[in-house]
Design a protein around this ligand. Sequence first.
Ligand code: 4AD
Ligand code: MG
Length: 447
Amino acid sequence: MKELVSIINVKDYVGKEIKIGAWLSDKSGKGKLQFLQLRDGTAFFQAVVFKPNFIEKYGEEEGTAKFDEIKHLAQETSVYVTGVVKEDERSKFGYELDVTDVEVIGTSHDYPITPKDHGVEFLLDNRHLWLRSKRQMAIMQIRNAIIYASYDFFDKNGFIKFDSPILSGNAAENTTELFETDYFDKPAFLSQSGQLYLEAGAMALGRVFDFGPVFRAEKSKTRRHLTEFWMMDAEYPFVTHDESLDLQEAYVKHMIQGVLDNASYALEVLERDISLLQKYVDTPFMRVAYDDAIDLLQAHEADEDTDYEHVEHGDDFGSPHETWLSNFYGVPTFVINYPASFKAFYMKPVPGNPERVLCADLLAPEGYGEIIGGSERETDYDVLTQKIIDFGLDPKDYDWYLDLRKYGSVPHAGFGLGLERMVTFMAGTEHIREAIPFPRMINRIKP
Ligand code: 4AD
Ligand code: MG
């Protein structure tokens, strides 16, 4: 069989006859012409079938029969299409296929997702098929580019991949959003973050990262929350929190550049503003202390174009506050040193200010919200034990974690990036449910 060419690569075959394996996503035509919209997972493009060419090639009878068969192909029929690649300035993609043969592989009947508009619940019910649409393909390609850039960044910066477990005996973040399961008559929890295990890894191997699914029993229905999502955690010894922020900034820039370099077709499909993304790579990120951010929010709360609620020092932000702050700066912004009261137990206090902790959330601009949470970790055995108790947790459950402070404790910091938040930000999508192949939300576990 002739070797198949991917649609994304047809630019290398102008003037040549190629064969592609594809699905028919849409079709139109009149008279002697049929326009087939083809997709193969790498890109979409148009193939043109011209009846006189078929008659010239196959004779009147066979040529007409072949043309008529093509005319009646249903949406999502799978096909091998042979044809000559042509440059075409009128098409957005820039290339077209002048078809010489079409071979049906698998037929299709009454495909539910027609080119017209559908409601989102219907599309989510048909997620296994919705993934075939152009927009969803583009988002998944961006997701892939981010994952690839992540591995590349950590490899280049001396990190080792260290896989943390999914089933765990203790909470990593908080006890309210834990999924509990029965583990041979004992309770076990689905991991909320690999962080605690990564800290053990950092003491064994130095710079480590993990990347895997995590679970949070989020009862909130927002456009930023999933109950199952993918987190990339990194942890490293002998660093201060400031140094950690430098690394996070370099990491996020590397991912953005990776998307620009390796998912340009997807960005074009999604009509993402590339100059904005390039600006985020070229401009230093902002860093603002939590208390300064509160002052700023208070100073602007009466402005005409603001719509967030009043916040006091000590309050947590809602998403309107995060959106306003990141738009105010126009670049990804670290909010540093939040109140200890609403952050996790393992964070180290700011020296001289025990009410604040050495942590940062990285807020994406354009309203995409928090993409990274990170902190410097408490290193003192007694202080950490007390913190665990103060948070209503049992130090016995954390004995192994406390051991890390017993045997050669060192300053260390780390962070976790929510993959789907990053995908949403890069793809410019409204809702996080499109950023993962099969989203899990409070009211959705199928398909
Ligand atoms: O801020 P979080 O809760 O931080 C941690 O879990 C730390 N243990 C990470 C670490 O230091 N290693 O979560 C990290 C990131 C958030 O910034 C956000 O991007 C994402 O995970 N995230 C969610 N994404 C989708 N749905 C949810 N329900 C999310 N909750 C957090
Ligand atoms: Mg957070």
